[in-house]
Design a protein around this ligand. Structure first.
Ligand code: HEC
Length: 180
């Protein structure tokens, strides 16, 4: 108990708390990326609650949280996965390094969608509903074309948020071991 509290306190100093205790034993890059993912995850949850109406929608808060996600995306994400960094308790799959290009694409997508959400945060109130999420997403993704930040900034924030969330699961599905 005391030990856990100390660990939590130590990790809080790094500005990263969520899920920290579950990272027991992780060091180096593995720890860094678990902490980064936890920060991303916390930001997603906060935004998700606003999108679902569980918390009042606040565009400034969306921007603030999504900035955290952006700061851990793209190169900031891929640089945490050097070769041979699969030490326990990592849940990363070896496939990351055999399919590095795809991994990079997803890391960059995360960055583009995060930036897109930053720019579309004021568009929450458009009444596009699920049309704005599914159709835009599927349309863009199956055509093989990813919308750029300019296009995303014109879309409803909910739709962009969905695309962002899809990127998390797409990468996890391919490159992260399933939790038991
Ligand atoms: C480019 C790939 C990629 C993207 C995009 C990505 N992740 Fe991850 N994520 C991973 C990998 C790989 C791991 C496992 C890392 C490890 O254990 O070494 C992981 C681990 C996690 C974990 C577990 C951390 C822990 O405590 O062990 C969480 C939570 C998480 N991701 C949330 C998210 C969320 C939320 C998003 C989207 C906003 C996201 N991730 C986007 C690849 C990605």
């Amino acid at each position: 108990m005391n030990e856990n509290l100390n660990l939590a306190a130590a990790l809080t100093l790094g500005g990263l708390t969520v899920g920290a205790i579950a990272h027991g034993g992780a060091t180096g890059f593995v720890k860094e990326r678990m902490d980064a993912m936890s920060a991303i995850s916390k930001a997603m949850k906060t935004i998700g609650q606003m999108m679902q109406g569980k918390e009042p929608y606040d565009a400034a808060a969306v921007r603030l949280n999504v900035a955290t996600i952006k700061s851990h995306a793209g190169l900031a994400l891929t640089r945490l996965f050097p070769p041979d960094s699969l030490q326990k308790p990592s849940e990363a799959k070896e496939e990351i390094w055999t399919n590095w290009q795809e991994f990079e694409v997803l890391a960059n997508q995360l960055s583009v969608y995060a930036e897109g959400l930053e720019h579309s945060a004021d568009n929450k109130r458009m009444h596009i509903g699920t049309y704005g999420t599914d159709h835009m997403r599927d349309g863009m993704m199956t055509s093989g074309k990813m919308p750029d930040v300019m296009q995303l900034s014109q879309m409803p924030a909910e739709g962009v948020f969905n695309m962002l969330a899809k990127t998390c699961s797409a990468c996890h599905q391919q490159f992260r071991l399933k939790k038991q």
